[in-house]
Design a protein around this ligand. Structure first.
Ligand SMILES: [Zn+2]
Length: 140
């Protein structure tokens, strides 16, 4: 399972679905083929038989991010454009004084997920993510 990497791939704006736990390889394979999706796996055997696949060798998350970056083109402008939970593209969100958001988000670019309605904004947490991705060489 590469759930943690999947989350980071969404942070990088890569369209990423996670296979449900316990799903047979054959089911995952059929799904990837039907939906033209690239399989990302740590399973050497599975990656050999699946035509569109990326084999992740490392168990270290930072190394895994580097491995993805080598195989999938990642653009800086795609950073934080996708919900890390739902995988949907975020849409602009208009701030309102409804008491749901902390005051320090005023003036920041807000985005929301059309499905789970989580609100995302850039702050120290996103700066840390960006720093990690720069350290991994994802962004110059
Ligand atoms: Zn969502």
């Amino acid at each position: 399972m590469l759930l943690r990497l999947g989350k980071w791939m969404r942070i990088m704006g890569i369209d990423t679905e996670n296979a449900k736990p316990g799903l047979e390889d054959s089911m995952i394979s059929a799904y990837c083929n039907e939906h033209e999706r690239i399989l990302v796996t740590r399973d050497v055997e599975f990656s050999t038989v699946q035509k569109n696949s990326i084999l992740i060798k490392s168990t270290d998350i930072l190394e895994q991010i580097r491995e993805i970056k080598i195989q999938i083109p990642v653009k800086r402008e795609d950073f934080l454009t996708r919900c890390v939970i739902c995988n949907l593209k975020l849409v602009p969100y208009q701030y309102s004084h409804n008491g749901l958001l902390p005051d320090d988000v005023i003036g920041k670019r807000l985005q929301t997920c059309p499905k789970c309605e989580r609100i995302f904004w850039e702050g120290s947490h996103t700066e840390n993510m960006l720093k990690i991705l720069m350290e991994c060489g994802v962004y110059p």
